[in-house]
Write a protein that binds this ligand. Structure first.
Ligand code: FE2
Ligand code: FE2
Length: 268
């Protein structure tokens, strides 16, 4: 069984976010994951690596990752800036057009990681995602090359709506183009998403997906049409993906809660 660790929306910053220190939170999550899942074949950081996309923040992230013994795949989120990221991580895997996209095998499954950052230019307070024609063509090629494999597709921005109006406004703007491509794939596809700072699962037009919590701050479940973003201090999480032959299993680990002592009981 192959195992992949997923961290999303770590929002590294040299200051607190709603009173929480994203650096401490990410270090705790990473320490927990490496202690319990040292047999993982790799880590995917699914975007919003930093809070403001500055070189200083990427250097902070680099310092945290310096002794991580597993291969790391980076993705871009709306809070990232590709040029600053590449100054600090010049060896990150890119596609032939320079976007932070890659693919690799996880057991029988093919993992494809998308770069959904809309820009440059980066309009102020513009947080929705976009997969331009070049990136869509790259995805189409990757799916063609993996036509005999099931695919786990990692995207920072959700491809469709989640019933959360504020977040639905900033999803992937052309997510329907990606869903159309996925639906043509002859093997199963499971989508993993970040961006929403909540654990959610469902289907978009028959395409199953799971989104993950941030390691730091979380969104509330607010289904109202009009509201502001309300971030809250709830336990952070990371994902553990198990690729088991033709099956895939998606776990979300609330690492701070799992450090608590469990109480044993019988099943009788
Ligand atoms: Fe985020
Ligand atoms: Fe985001």
């Amino acid at each position: 069984m192959a195992k992949l660790l997923i961290f999303t929306d770590i929002h590294i910053k040299g200051d607190t976010i709603i009173g929480l220190d994203p650096v401490t939170r990410f270090k705790e999550a990473l320490t927990h994951a490496l202690a319990h899942h040292s047999d993982a074949q790799g880590i995917v950081l699914m975007g919003d690596l930093t809070h403001s996309g500055t070189v200083g923040e990427y250097n902070l992230l680099k310092d945290i990752l310096v002794n991580v013994p597993l291969p790391i795949t980076f993705m871009m989120g709306n809070h990232d800036r590709r040029e600053a990221f590449l100054q600090v991580f010049p060896k990150a895997r890119l596609d032939s057009s320079g976007f932070v996209q890659s693919s690799f095998d996880v057991g029988e499954w093919c993992a494809i990681t998308l770069d959904t950052l809309d820009g440059p230019p980066y309009p102020d307070k513009h947080h929705s995602g976009m997969l331009c024609a070049d990136r869509l063509a790259w995805l189409s090629d990757q799916l063609e090359q993996a036509k005999e494999q099931p695919v786990v597709l990692c995207t920072h921005h959700p491809l469709g709506e989640l019933g959360l109006p504020m977040l639905d406004r900033i999803k992937l703007e052309n997510g329907s183009d990606v869903i159309d491509l996925i639906r043509k794939h002859p093997m199963p596809v499971h989508v993993l998403a970040g961006h929403v700072h909540r654990t959610i699962s469902g289907q978009w037009q028959g395409v199953p997906y799971t989104s993950f919590k941030s390691t730091c701050h979380q969104n509330t479940l607010n289904l109202a049409q009009q509201h502001d973003f309300m971030f809250v201090d709830q336990p952070g999480a990371y994902g553990v993906i198990l690729s088991d032959g033709p099956n895939i299993i998606v776990h979300s680990e609330d690492y701070a809660l799992s450090q608590q002592d469990g109480l044993s009981d019988t099943l009788s």
